[in-house]
Design a protein around this ligand. Structure first.
Ligand SMILES: Nc1nc2c(ncn2[C@@H]2O[C@H](COP(=O)(O)OP(=O)(O)O)[C@@H](O)[C@H]2O)c(=O)[nH]1
Ligand SMILES: [Mg+2]
Length: 223
């Protein structure tokens, strides 16, 4: 029997996601394209806003709480707060700006430091792929950057609506995979602590090893 996810209220799960990246890379444009399906030619770069959108990802309802970050001095001061309060991140650069790309790894390192974790659900997003003639960052170097972070890489265009929804949906999948791995690891730790029977520990051991050897949760890189 097929179930209708929209009527399965108990499946409703909130995902707090945040777009991070240099000013002008298209964070607001990606958000507005995803939420309202239109393109912003000119958007106030100082506006920071929250958006909510309910969608179905792999037959499960996801309520996305999206924080579109902005600003300059304020943004630096607020960044730690954004990082702590969100569970998944689109790390956005523009394919036409090497400078915006160079900020990605330091941003990811800061994210891990602030959250005090060794990995975190992120997607590397190279926006403005419609401007290929002005490209400063190749897909190859972005892919290698994504491999370093153990995440997926997607090139998008908010302007021509290329893979924008995919970026958000893949982030939901990353968060789910991350949480699933976390709960498996917790069950394994509990088993190891003798809170469960020893054969339960044996059951979880392969998962634990996989989780620690596999750098990339999704195991794939998309261009
Ligand atoms: N050609 C093109 N321009 C874009 C794209 N996304 C954003 N822009 C433009 O880039 C500028 C900055 O976008 P904005 O969303 O405000 O960037 P933010 O500061 O990161 O939020 C605006 O003029 C947008 O119209 C895109 O995919 N393609
Ligand atoms: Mg903006």
């Amino acid at each position: 029997m097929t179930t209708n996810p929209w009527t399965e209220a108990s499946n409703l799960r909130e995902y707090k996601v945040c777009l991070l990246g240099d000013g002008g890379v298209g964070k607001s444009s990606l958000t507005v394209r995803f939420i309202q399906n239109h393109f912003l030619e000119d958007y106030d770069p100082t506006i920071e806003d929250w958006y909510r959108k309910q969608c179905v990802v792999d037959d499960e309802i996801a309520l996305l709480d999206i924080l579109d970050t902005a600003g300059q001095e304020d943004y630096i001061a607020m960044r730690g707060q954004y990082m702590r309060s969100s569970e998944g991140f689109l790390l956005v650069y523009s394919i036409t700006s090497r400078q915006s790309f160079e900020q990605i790894i330091p941003l990811y390192q800061e994210l891990l430091r602030v959250k005090g974790v060794v990995s975190c659900p992120v997607i590397l997003v190279g926006n403005k792929c419609d401007l290929d003639h002005g490209r400063q960052v190749t897909a190859r170097e972005a892919r290698s950057c994504a491999e370093r972070m153990g995440c997926m890489f997607i090139e998008t265009s908010a302007k021509t609506h290329v893979r924008v929804d995919d970026a958000f949906y893949e982030l939901v999948r990353e968060i789910r995979a991350h949480n699933q791995m976390g709960s498996r690891t917790r069950q394994f730790s509990a088993a190891m602590a003798g809170l469960q029977t020893p054969n339960r520990a044996a059951e979880f051991a392969p998962v634990y090893e996989r989780a620690h050897s596999a750098h990339c949760l999704s195991g794939c890189v998309v261009t």
